[in-house]
Design a protein. Structure first.
Lengths: 211, 93
């Protein structure tokens, strides 16, 4: 069970000063239905942070373990702006009705939707990629099973794969930039090289757009 | 790493990812990393009333720790292979 940090919206908050992968000015933030105005979005290795430009020194930051999903949303019928969409653990809104709704489901983890709308919509894919790159820097602390050894490893594994699966696996290795395939798994799980090269991941998408 | 390899062999297949907040997302498995973070493309949600905006999302990144279950296409899963791998893993411990 992950202990959630209490996140108070628009607190006094300073932007991250290192490990910034993407800084996007003129970005509006929305928490649930609530608009927080314009500000600057920072996607840093340690956190995602937003600083209001209307209220100096005010903002908030999100820790990666608390960010369940992130995505780029482009359908304007669901929300009037193309945006970077986040689903964040915990109820960050003050909406009392929401709690009533959920009281039936005690096991249900509450979540909050957040949206970042940059004026420049062309950066959305870059924001998504930056978040993906940073998210994988933050595995669960108790997820240490990988380091206890004895896991499926070595070249024999490939022989066991069905032709279809093997083909897919090979594709995957190419996609991840792990040309040596299985041998690299052991390396990756030690955490030193946790960053996966995804340079090919959007190739299909770009092809689609050109057509 | 067994499940990492297993999921890698399912890339490109349609799966349903069920999250701990009861949201279920159907989509094509785009990629998976060693922590089993999952990226889906062409997604749909099974409960559009609760999460209408998710219908508008083309692809998404799902953090491993929020996944409860992943429903897999039965005909793409080589259960004998999985068993062999599990045994192998067990015997090497």
């Amino acid at each position: 069970m992950v202990v959630k940090e209490e996140m108070v919206l628009l607190n006094s908050c300073s932007p991250p000063d290192e490990g910034i992968r993407k800084k996007q000015e003129n970005t509006s933030a929305f928490v649930g239905e609530r608009a927080l105005g314009k500000g600057t979005l920072f996607i840093a290795e340690s956190c995602v942070s937003w600083q209001s430009s209307e209220h100096e020194g005010q903002g908030f930051s999100l820790q990666y373990p608390g960010i369940s999903i992130h995505a780029v949303s482009r359908d304007l019928t669901a929300f009037p702006h193309e945006c970077l969409y986040l689903m964040v653990e915990g109820d960050l809104t003050d909406d009392a009705n929401r709690e009533e709704e959920e009281s039936d489901d005690e096991d249900l983890d509450p979540s909050t939707e957040m949206r970042f709308v940059p004026d420049d919509k062309t950066v959305l894919d870059q924001l998504y990629k930056a978040m993906s790159d940073c998210q994988i820097l933050h595995p669960d602390e108790n997820d240490s099973d990988f380091d206890e050894g004895g896991f499926y490893e070595g070249e024999d594994g490939l022989d066991h794969l069905s032709e279809q699966g093997q083909a897919n696996l090979q594709r995957m290795e190419n996609l991840l930039g792990q040309g040596d395939g299985q041998l690299n798994n052991n390396h990756a799980e030690n955490g030193d090289d946790g960053v996966i090269d995804e340079q090919f991941e959007d190739a299909d998408e770009e092809d689609d757009m050109e057509q | 790493m067994l499940f990492y390899s297993f999921f890698k062999s399912l890339v490109g297949k349609d799966v349903v990812v069920e999250l701990k907040n009861d949201l279920s997302i159907c989509g094509t498995l785009h990629s998976v990393d060693q922590f089993l973070n999952i990226k889906l493309t062409d997604i749909q949600v099974t409960d559009p009333d609760t999460y209408p905006h998710m219908l508008s999302v083309k692809n998404c990144f799902i953090r491993c720790s929020v996944v409860r279950y992943v429903q897999l296409p039965a005909d793409e899963c080589d259960t004998q292979l999985l068993q062999r791998c599990s045994k192998k893993r067990g015997s090497s411990e």
